[in-house]
Design a protein around this ligand. Structure first.
Ligand code: PLP
Length: 396
């Protein structure tokens, strides 16, 4: 792919990150090797000194992994990517690279449970403090900032409540306070939302989700804006060691070729299902950024090019009602994770967010009866039929 032309995301999804290779293979080869030969001692020394481009050892870089890193960086409009062994490895690496004793983080209260726990239970032991606030309210973000705030960390749409944070507004608060603005873009994917355009400094992804899209790999990605950030994170990742291996990098890169196409279908299906759920007598409340009833619908229209494949909703009958639904779906899989071609349904309070203290979970509107649906690319009418028959089994 020529780098002189600005291609669309549909084209970039298919071609971005292709690396030059000896046999002109159309698909990036899998360099399944832990280490690379040096032509001679001087070559080895030049690589280690950074005076020559090349590969040394797979924890420090690998051509197959680099192809994937370039692909995601290109889709995000960033400088470079760093592939990690999981989304949590990516988040941990960013925290480890930038936070020191005495520093403070302002973090969305609606985040993936373990992100909250990583800050409040692990980084707290190293003297890092964190405030969890409703980042959809910029005043709350501003009020939480302290002189020692080093990072504002936002997940939007947020997991699992689908609340939407104003990226440009949060970026301005970070800039005004010389804090790093980090965005978890997992729920939207780079196809539907480009945080760098709104002032993000660093983007993280769980590639386990939409980027890979086939529920068969665990992986993460950090995307940076400049070489200084890259060097700092590359060094931290090399020391922490949570890198992605070549085989999984190959699989995720393969998944990305259909990313743009998949996101279109996820959005279409989710919109249709959210509208169906909103009218269903057994459903109390639906959160989907594409519904006019969503509190940040207008904002989502401004900063996203589509509303994504994630829906959360509250069924009548609270936790019991949710259990009936989950135990009676036949086509939707009862499983955690999200972003794959197959529809998944789960219960955050007892599953993905069970790790969070109850009062923090409730404050973040993750109620006991909330159900999270990751809408796949199946036939939407068949998914609706499945949800309808299961919802109708709820007796209230
Ligand atoms: N960020 C978000 C928004 C997630 O939903 C998840 C996982 O569900 C993660 C990060 C963590 O990613 P991983 O499970 O790949 O470590």
């Amino acid at each position: 792919m020529s780098h002189h032309k600005k291609y669309s995301d549909a084209t970039k999804s298919v071609h971005a990150g292709m690396i030059e290779n000896e046999h002109l293979a159309v698909v990036t080869p899998i360099y399944q090797t832990s280490t690379f030969k040096f032509r001679n001692a001087d070559h080895g020394a030049a690589l280690f000194a950074g005076n020559e481009e090349g590969f040394i050892y797979t924890r420090m870089g690998n051509p197959t992994v680099k192809g994937l890193e370039n692909a995601v960086a290109e889709l995000e409009g960033g400088h470079k990517g760093l592939a990690c062994a999981s989304g949590m490895a990516a988040i941990h690496t960013v925290f480890g690279a930038y936070l020191s004793q005495g520093d403070h983080v302002v973090c969305s209260e609606a985040v993936y449970g373990p992100t909250n726990t990583l800050l409040s239970e692990v980084f707290s032991r190293f003297g890092v403090k964190a405030s969890f606030v409703d980042t959809t309210d910029l005043k709350a973000v501003e009020n939480a900032v302290r002189p020692e705030t080093k990072m504002i960390y936002v997940e939007t749409p947020g997991n699992p409540t689908l609340c939407v944070t104003d990226l440009a507004g949060a970026a301005k608060i970070a800039r005004d306070n010389r804090a790093l603005f980090v965005v978890d873009n997992t729920f939207a994917s780079p196809i539907l939302q480009k945080p760098f355009l709104f002032g993000a400094d660093i983007i993280v992804h769980s590639m386990t989700k939409f980027l890979n899209g086939h529920a068969d790999v665990v992986g993460g990605m950090i995307v940076v804006k400049n070489e200084e950030q890259f060097k700092r994170l590359r060094r931290t990742l090399n020391l922490f060691g949570g890198v992605l291996d070549p085989m999984n990098a190959f699989l995720v890169h393969r998944g990305i070729k259909s990313l743009s196409m998949r996101m279109e279908k996820h959005c279409q299906n989710a919109q249709k299902i959210a509208e169906f759920l909103e009218k269903h007598p057994k459903v109390e409340h639906v959160a989907y950024p594409g519904l006019p009833s969503h509190p940040q619908h207008e904002l989502a229209k401004k900063q996203m090019s589509g509303f994504g494949g994630m829906i959360s909703f509250e069924v009548k009958g609270g936790l019991e009602g949710g259990k009936v639904l989950m135990d009676n779906v036949q086509l939707c899989n009862l499983a955690v994770s999200l972003g794959g071609v197959e529809t998944l349904i789960q219960h955050p309070a007892s599953m993905t967010h069970a790790i969070m203290p109850k009062e923090i979970r409730l404050k973040a509107h993750i109620t006991d009866g909330l159900v999270r649906l990751s809408v796949g690319v199946e036939n939407a009418d068949e998914l609706i039929e499945d949800l309808d028959q299961a919802l109708n089994k709820i007796s209230v």
